[in-house]
Design a protein around this ligand. Structure first.
Ligand SMILES: NC(=O)c1ccc[n+]([C@@H]2O[C@H](COP(=O)([O-])OP(=O)(O)OC[C@H]3O[C@@H](n4cnc5c(N)ncnc54)[C@H](OP(=O)(O)O)[C@@H]3O)[C@@H](O)[C@H]2O)c1
Length: 349
């Protein structure tokens, strides 16, 4: 049986382009006992894929594998630490394991391929729900939603506090802002493009700063003159430098990700620590892989909120496996309008 894979051809200069990759055919190996053959239906495109591409040695290595030049692009960790950390929603075609049958939906996927052979122990069953689409398993109900819920929970957020989330219209940011709003916070997003209007008009954020058109510090002075109580940081870089200067006393900074830095060719110096001392700030980073056991609690809450219309989400879908590099470039330029997913099979909605 033949399949397609996307190969890293060189180390990208800045945001990856289609020329950094090639699409190649390969022959799928015969199944061994305990193995499962499954097809990719949906492939999630996450900022961390950029850090797994061949790149400058100074960058800290991500958790798990990285892609070497000439290898199939690595999309996640293998085996995924929990179902939520998988990059692929797939469907079983053949199985030599008693745990999986043809037609089963699975979480899996480690590399950008249309077909995968893997040990059954590396896969997780998906139980689709009637109220949500299969694509939501990678976004709202998947790792981004779970990350948002966990990160907001770390912030010790109080009603009436000012909560700022960078990349507020992104896969994680959309959920973080809505959950903060449900806790009674005044929520300010930072975003670009159509996401700026979307998070206010559709998701109910109180305001959103366009980082490409506005001065972030000036906008925060106007929107939050008493300072920012909680900053949920998805991007790092100059946006974070700006917010750090506008934190309130005893503010909390939840460090979720550094999306602005993944394309940089030179080391980043980071924000000055003076405000941390003077304003008695707490800075808390986290990696969701440590917290997979909490997922059922999040899922139960998310499904309840979706049923009540209290949690909204949108996906930015690219049709066609070959478009994965284009989708990654779109995400890393901030041009995405929601959770970026490549639909490999047109049978799924
Ligand atoms: N801690 C964890 O366990 C964990 C797990 C999963 C993901 N993450 C991290 O969570 C963050 C959000 O992930 P996501 O999947 O939801 O991605 P995302 O926010 O949907 O996409 C990245 C966004 O970053 C913004 N951005 C890109 N370049 C930027 C720049 N130079 N300056 C400022 N903003 C820039 C863009 O949004 P705008 O253009 O709208 O600003 C872009 O859409 C990422 O940093 C990711 O690595 C952390």
């Amino acid at each position: 049986m033949r399949a397609k894979a996307i190969i890293a051809r060189r180390s990208p200069d800045g945001v990856p382009s289609a020329d950094d990759f090639s699409v190649e055919d390969f022959v799928v190996a015969p199944l061994q006992p305990g193995e499962v053959l499954y097809e990719t239906l949906l492939l999630s495109i996450d900022p961390h894929v950029r850090r797994r591409l061949p790149q400058a040695a100074w960058l800290p290595k991500p958790h798990g594998d990285v892609t070497a030049i000439g290898e199939v692009v690595v999309a996640g960790t293998r085996p995924p630490p929990s179902p939520r950390d998988a990059a692929v929603v797939g469907r079983v075609l053949e199985s030599r394991s008693a745990d999986f049958r043809p037609g089963d939906f699975v979480f899996g996927g480690f590399r950008w391929q249309t077909l995968h052979v893997d040990q059954a122990a590396h896969l997780h069953h998906i139980q689709p729900t009637p109220a949500t689409a299969l694509v939501d398993e990678l976004g709202l109900l998947g790792q981004p939603g779970f990350v948002a819920w966990y990160g907001v929970g770390l912030a010790d957020l109080q009603p009436g506090e000012v909560f700022v989330v960078s990349s507020g219209g992104g896969a994680v940011g959309m959920v973080a802002g809505q959950l903060a709003k449900r806790r009674g916070a005044r929520v300010i997003g930072i975003a670009s493009g159509s996401k700026v209007g979307y998070v206010v008009d559709e998701l109910g954020f109180d305001a959103c700063i366009d980082r490409t058109r506005e001065d972030v510090t000036g906008a925060l002075d106007a929107l939050a003159p008493e300072g920012v109580d909680v900053y949920f940081d998805n991007v790092g870089g100059t946006v974070t430098d700006a917010v750090m200067t506008r934190m309130a006393d005893f503010g909390r900074v939840i460090v979720c990700g550094m999306a602005s830095e993944y394309n940089r060719a030179e080391p980043v110096t980071g924000p000055p620590l003076r405000p941390v001392l003077r304003k008695r700030l707490r800075i808390q980073g986290f990696v969701i892989y440590d917290h997979g056991h909490l997922y059922p609690r999040f899922r139960e809450l998310a499904l309840r909120l979706v049923a009540d219309g209290g949690l909204k989400y949108r996906n930015h879908i690219f049709d066609g496996f070959e478009r994965a590099p284009e989708a990654l470039g779109c995400l890393l330029r901030g041009e995405n309008e929601g959770r970026v997913v490549v639909r490999v099979s047109d049978e799924v909605g």
